[in-house]
Design a binder for this molecule. Sequence first.
Ligand code: ARG
Length: 463
Amino acid sequence: MKSKPWGGRFSNKTDKIVEAFTSSIDTDKRLYSHDIEGSIAHCRMLSKGSVITEDEASLMVKGLLKIKKDIEGGRFKYDDSLEDIHMHIEERLAKDIGKVALKLHTGRSRNDQVALDVRMYLREETQFIIRELAILRKIIVALAKNHINTIMPGYTHLQKAQPVLFAHHLMAYYEMFSRDAARMSGCLERINVMPLGSAALAGTTYPIDRNYTAKLLGFPLISANSMDSVSSRDFIIEFLAAASICMVHFSRISEELVIWASNEFSFIGLPDAFATGSSIMPQKKNPDVPELVRGKSGRVFGDLMSMLSIMKSLPLAYNRDMQEDKRAMFDAVDTLKACIEIYIKMLPEIKINKDSMLRASSIGFLNATDFADYLVTKGMPFRDAHSCAGKAVAFALGKGKELHELSLAEMKSFSPLFSEDVFKILTPESMINRRKSFGGTSTKNVISAIKQANKVIDKELKS
Ligand code: ARG
């Protein structure tokens, strides 16, 4: 059994069950590289300010780098009695390089150390996620470009509404994921603040140079209040909120893929490599991947709820409750990354059934609005035109016809304003291309939206 770094004031051993209960090593061992990098920067800052000698610092840095190698080579033993990754590394350093290691914790506390590690970890992951989202957005835009002539029914209430370009539908997701990336970038600004040097809660008596540590670790800012630094986790909450919103978007596109892949819709075919079969029904090809993404969104919302509940009502400053922050954070990062990755691979492989989409766009009175709009252009007030078109729909339904299948004489029975030119505006192509208002589905609009999106992403991916 290892002696505890904090064991000085204790005369009895910690109960085993308490050791197991309070240990977080299984979770926070993932922070090892950030912990070591933070410790190295701390060492260098201490020696620059002559709190420790240069020789002591270089001994510690060497020792820390060796520990990193050992961890990566699987030669590091973990032990519940050492609680967390910070104590594991410190105790191992003492074993490897002797007493000088005990100086590493000068002017620092695990409270500011863990805050630093978590910020470094989340900064790296958030940057990665922003980049992955850019790649996904590029894939969505490329798919849209390939389908600039593919027409599908647009829906409201999952009832056919008006025809749209499939590219326009896809570009809606481009917009959603762009906002997700922007939210992540905003969040990154608040993650990217260096807390080390706040010590336990009140700052430290040693002549430390926090700006120097920040410079070594690539932080543009240092935190302004030591109590806030060690006890705030709103940067994690914010990340989880941004991740949750992004997962809402994934759940929506996933739901659409599930629906579109159904036999009833048959708008898409999922690639074999991204679908699974049934152990009992030989005909089945199940959309498990989008279903799971849809399900995993619930998991990330749960992570957000955990984090909000962990932080709610905590008095300043650090409280051990906060050790529970990592599970939610890691889970959300892993889940979101996995979903982005699977979409990057799956989307280009989906087979789009253009013909089914077009067929579905011509059945179900998707041209009723245009039928009414036609009468408006001929001088009828919109409300009257709407009611006239409604009556025509009811009539056509009775005849088992679509509006564009009515004869001119039949149309004229609803209004004398109809003439031969009505037929050409009732086609899906014409309906789409007449929707030229900015942001609408006309081919011209969508082409320029795609161009603009490509410009934005290429710039992002270059930086
Ligand atoms: N394992 C702890 C955590 O993750 C580190 C900080 C512990 N601080 C303390 N005073 N017990 O929050």
